[in-house]
Design a protein around this ligand. Structure first.
Ligand SMILES: [Zn+2]
Length: 191
């Protein structure tokens, strides 16, 4: 699947929004990607994640993990394509944690996935969860890399699309300077 095909799916499902957004990383941006609108179509989720999984088919991956909530379906569908377990980590008092009886065995080869990577912060936190459990984070992957390839994940990393969408610190945001206020996508029920 080409980058353009993936972006086309984001556009057609209304998942590529334009405005002034406060991202979960704390940065501001003119563009917001709402992957839930893409992933709500199970067939599309299966196809996208199969394309992502293709990069790791020779890596002897034994489990896939994502940070909840955005990455859960990506974990599930990528794991389906690889024929392995799908786990997720979730926040407890702000810290990503393995719950629900999920176990990563010592030495287990784990792929860390996300829907969208902006700074790579939650991916890196998820890698730590894997390592603390004794697993080996073999690689990371996301449907979209919106860091323009600049996110430093610390393990080999693949995405289906790389977007170079500027994200601004609040102090330097040109949209704020122009007088508008950022919208937290969640406040409109988007995420
Ligand atoms: Zn702003």
């Amino acid at each position: 699947m080409t980058s353009e095909q993936v972006l086309d799916i984001y556009r057609k499902t209304g998942a590529l929004l334009t405005g002034h957004f406060l991202l979960s990383s704390g940065l501001h941006s003119e563009q917001y990607l709402q992957s839930a609108l893409v992933l709500q179509e199970p067939d599309i989720a299966t196809r996208l994640c199969a394309a992502l999984a293709e990069h790791f088919k020779d890596e002897r991956i034994e489990a896939v993990i994502a940070p909840a909530l955005g990455g859960v379906f990506v974990s599930h569908e990528t794991a389906r394509a690889l024929g392995v377990r799908a786990l997720f980590a979730e926040r407890v008092n702000g810290e990503l944690t393995l719950r629900r009886g999920f176990i990563i065995k010592p030495g287990e080869r784990v792929l860390v996935v996300e829907d969208v990577i902006t700074t790579g912060k939650s991916t890196k936190e998820t890698i730590r969860v894997v390592q603390q459990a004794g697993g080996v984070a073999i690689a990371a992957a996301s449907l979209v890399d919106r860091s323009g390839g600049k996110a430093d994940i610390g393990v080999p990393y693949k995405s289906l699309v790389t977007l170079n969408v500027p994200a601004y610190a609040p102090e330097t945001c040109p949209l704020c300077k122009a007088g508008s206020s950022p919208v937290k996508p969640g406040s409109r029920g988007l995420k």
